[in-house]
Design a protein around this ligand. Structure first.
Ligand SMILES: [Zn+2]
Length: 229
């Protein structure tokens, strides 16, 4: 019996590497899969990992219909045993429902990989629907660490060096490097522990605080939670 499985993690937790490994393991056993991704850093229609591996993939545009895509593949004589779906946080709730239908009605295994929450600590719509519908949600072992050494559980967006907690869920600079000299601000991401995410204390802010206080702000009193705006 096929299942819809959601592998959930933070950034930098090795999720795309696991997606590629999962595809490889199934192919090695003679199984045939389709690989999907959206807004991968390697560019359209590639699934890449930070370890340098990458494979061709189907780009999940807003109007891609998983059900139609898989049925089209099967009716053309293709074989599909499983789907590997990376960057699933960016899928629409409707697309996640199509994935559930592929599992239930076609008995095809679906492995979805995604980041659960955004830089504001709010669930991405695609991840929310996956948590609601998946047969299993598996938290990926977090190997990423906050600058303080604790397990990094939250994603921080850093714009021109300053951590922000408001703004659009996806912005220019998330997927493509900003041209030097362009008007767009530099957007980076850093993974933090919850304590330091709540206190807006990314590594740059921690260094600045350390310079003024002669001690790293491990002490939570040194970096209080800012009042709501
Ligand atoms: Zn920390």
């Amino acid at each position: 019996m096929a299942e819809l499985t959601f592998f959930a993690g933070t950034m930098d937790c090795g999720k795309s590497t696991l997606a590629l490994q999962m595809d490889h393991n199934h192919r090695a056993r003679g199984r045939v899969g389709l690989v999907f991704t959206r807004l991968d850093r390697a560019g359209e229609a590639r699934l890449s990992s930070r370890l340098g591996l990458d494979v061709p993939a189907i780009e999940v545009t807003e109007d891609l219909d998983f059900w139609e895509t898989v049925v089209g593949h099967l009716t053309a004589g293709g074989r599909v045993d499983h789907l590997i779906c990376d960057e699933a946080q960016f899928y629409t709730p409707g697309q996640v429902e199509q994935l559930a239908r592929v599992v239930d009605e076609l008995d095809i295994e679906v492995f979805a990989f995604g980041i659960t929450s955004d830089f504001r600590t709010e669930l991405f719509p695609g991840s929310r629907r996956l948590i609601e519908l998946a047969d299993r949600t598996q938290a990926l072992q977090v190997s990423a660490l906050c600058w303080c050494g604790r397990r990094a559980t939250h994603n921080a967006r850093v714009v021109d060096g300053v951590m922000v907690v408001e703004g659009d869920q996806v912005v220019v600079g998330d997927t493509a490097p900003v041209e030097p000299g362009a008007a767009e601000p530099e957007v980076e991401y850093e993974v933090l522990c919850r304590r330091h995410h709540m206190r807006r204390m990314n590594s740059v802010a921690a260094q600045a605080a350390a310079l003024s206080a002669d001690v790293l702000p491990f002490d939570l009193d040194a970096c209080p939670v800012p009042p709501p705006a």
